[in-house]
Design a protein around this ligand. Structure first.
Ligand SMILES: Nc1ncnc2c1ncn2[C@@H]1O[C@H](COP(=O)(O)OP(=O)(O)O)[C@@H](O)[C@H]1O
Ligand SMILES: [Mg+2]
Length: 274
């Protein structure tokens, strides 16, 4: 099966400032990958390369079977939906609905299909009641969701999201989790930059960590988050559930809230853990 995304020995510098050095990883259709690392590690640069806003100095970024070097961003938008950092400050239409429908409309799909995709994206994020509002009349958290709905509405094979949950409360984060799990079940590949490892644990399955522009690790997210001693050197704060599992030495070191609750209940009843 062809990967939704494949970075092959990718290096990139901003002038004399190196940002990525020989980074390789790929994301399969339906896979849910967290892109992690401290500030300046190179995460946003990866997003810019995938969206075609930058070209690699060396190596290749493949989006499906397209080499981004041969593509303009408008073409890549057929396959990639991206939400950039501060995307909530980049809304421009007069209504939430117009903003969300911009992506599919720009792809040139028929008007009924534009409407269908827009309705679905608004519903997925519970924004339907806000469809007629001006984006800047909404609180920042709902503007953030509007930007995400715009990416969903293009119905791309790959979603690349830079910090989609910043400023969102627990309820809104759960909304994002639900929408992303739903798209992934439909074979959409996810690459999500986040510092919110609780959200990552609930939503994503694999962790790719960058450290000073190089690939530091690429493995199961549960295994990585469950090993709290490895997180700090990578600039990652252990999520509270993982810290609890480690502190209580819970069997299997669960990192999701529901799994930790189940493990605690078993321990409390003195039952063996499967
Ligand atoms: N527009 C730019 N011009 C010059 N250097 C940049 C630019 N954007 C990012 N950098 C540098 O590239 C490196 C990687 O940055 P970035 O990809 O934004 O990291 P992250 O998203 O992980 O915080 C950092 O050293 C950063 O200072
Ligand atoms: Mg960044």
């Amino acid at each position: 099966m062809i990967a939704a995304l494949r970075l092959e020995e990718v290096s990139f510098s901003y002038g004399s400032v190196p940002a990525l050095e020989r980074v390789s990883f790929s994301v399969a259709p339906g896979e849910r990958v967290a892109l992690l690392g401290r500030n300046g590690a190179g995460k946003s640069t990866v997003v810019r390369l995938i969206a075609g806003l930058q070209r690699p100095d060396e190596g290749t970024v493949w989006v499906g079977d397209w080499d981004t070097r041969d593509c303009v961003p408008e073409q890549l938008a057929w396959r990639v939906g991206s939400v950039f950092q501060h995307a909530d400050q980049q809304l421009f239409a007069r209504t939430v609905r117009d903003d969300v429908s911009f992506g599919p409309r720009a792809l040139g799909v028929g008007e009924r299909e534009v409407e269908r995709r827009t309705d679905r994206a608004l519903e997925d994020l519970d924004l339907t009641a806000h469809a007629g509002h001006h984006p800047y009349d909404l609180p920042p958290a709902l503007r953030k969701l509007t930007a995400l709905a715009g990416a969903l509405a293009s119905e791309p094979a790959l979603l690349v999201l830079d910090e989609p949950t910043i400023g969102l409360d627990r309820t809104l984060r759960a909304r994002v989790t639900r929408a992303l799990l739903d798209r992934s079940a439909g074979s959409v590949a996810l690459l999500v930059i986040t510092h919110d490892l609780t959200f990552a644990a609930e939503t994503l399955e694999r962790g790719v960590v960058l450290d000073r522009g190089s690939l530091a690790c690429d493995e199961s997210l549960a295994a990585l988050l469950g090993d709290v001693t490895r997180l700090e050197p990578l600039g990652l704060a252990p999520p509270p559930v993982a810290a609890l599992s480690a502190a209580l030495d819970l069997p299997g070191r669960p990192v999701r809230a529901a799994d930790a609750a189940a493990a605690l209940a078993r321990v409390a009843r003195g039952k063996p853990v499967p």
